[in-house]
Design a protein around this ligand. Structure first.
Ligand code: FRU
Length: 328
């Protein structure tokens, strides 16, 4: 009896030591003991298909990394809501913020505030003003616009359309891709002086808004050679608008941007001979999670910008591109 005492004592001490270890674990540890990093993802508007795809890619990439936990918010295209969402992430103490900002100027200060607090901030797709963020990931919207403009310049020449009238359905004015896609397009069409933008309207990226605007633009312009939609939903809206008012646009070039590899996305639309061309605009969701992991786990210093590849989708390559991007 006497001799067993040291064993009991050792057991008691061991148990106490283990209990102390357990309670010393940080509160955000996972049951396996690995560190859990909390990421806030502030989305501008879940209701748009391309943004739903971005969220899905983020969720899928994060699911392969159990140490990352992502919480999503949806600002529903409301800047004030998105500012509040980011404030909320800051007060809940996220380890990293990913944001796809609705408009640049209204979101700039809150992004800078998070960055100044030492929270790494990954800005995705649309930009903010200035430099107060950790990194930006997205495709080159000016380049996409320029490629579209060059395509139009060449097409109008080949079709001998003189003049060659373009109607433009623009994205939300304060969002950087709208400005860049508009400016790039103007650079591209400069190669053919016969190309004229005869009307342009902001449809704010939204299919429903673009339908009525496109109807009015068709009614006001007897000859429309080209429709330039800043995204696929607005290109599709022009097709719906023409149908609504029984306007024949079979000889009209209809352009979109996004090219989601989904049954109702832009690539399939090109295959169905609805949109004439579109451009792959990657969401960057998977890359954002890769970089988040590097920043949080390896303390990596990322590049300020990661520019994603784009591709022109025409009826000649649409089937191959659909496959390449895993279309189902
Ligand atoms: C969705 C969307 C996309 C577009 C991107 C630009 O909100 O309009 O269709 O390519 O945003 O930021």
């Amino acid at each position: 009896m006497h001799r067993r005492r040291p064993i009991y004592l050792a057991l008691i001490l061991l148990t106490a030591a283990l209990a102390a270890c357990a309670s010393a674990q940080p509160p955000n540890s996972s049951p396996s003991g690995a560190k859990k990093f909390r990421i806030g993802m502030s989305q501008a508007n879940n209701a748009e298909p391309w943004r739903a795809a971005m969220n899905a890619q983020i969720a899928a990439a994060a699911a392969t990394r159990p140490e990352l936990e992502v919480t999503f918010t949806d600002a529903q295209q409301n800047n004030a809501q998105q500012v509040a969402d980011v404030e909320q992430f800051m007060s809940s103490g996220v380890d990293l913020l990913i944001i796809s900002p609705n408009e640049a100027t209204p979101l700039t200060n809150v992004v800078a505030k998070a960055y100044d607090k030492g929270i790494p901030v990954i800005v995705l797709d649309r930009k903010v003003n200035g430099e107060k963020y950790t990194m930006w990931i997205g495709a080159d919207n000016r380049l996409i616009g320029r490629k579209a403009g060059e395509y139009v310049a060449t097409w109008c020449k080949a079709q001998m359309r003189v003049p060659c009238g373009v109607i433009e359905l623009r994205g939300l004015e304060g969002s950087t891709p709208a400005l860049e896609r508009g400016d790039g397009f103007r650079e591209g069409i400069a190669a053919n002086a016969n190309v004229k933008i005869i009307a342009n309207q902001n449809a704010d990226w939204i299919y429903d808004k673009a339908i009525s605007l496109a109807e009015a633009m068709f009614k006001a312009n007897a000859a429309v050679d080209v429709v330039y939609g800043h995204n696929d939903p607005m290109g599709e809206a022009a097709i719906t608008a023409a149908k609504n008012i029984s306007r024949d646009i079979s000889k009209t070039l209809v352009i979109g941007i996004d090219a989601l590899p989904t049954p109702d996305g832009g690539i399939q639309s090109v295959l169905n001979r609805r949109l004439s061309i579109t451009y792959v605009y990657p969401t960057g969701g998977a890359q954002a999670i890769e970089w988040a992991a590097k920043i949080l786990e390896e303390k990596a210093t990322p590049p300020k910008e990661v520019v994603l590849e784009t591709e022109e989708v025409t009826s000649a390559n649409a089937a191959a591109i659909y496959q390449k991007y895993g279309g189902k």
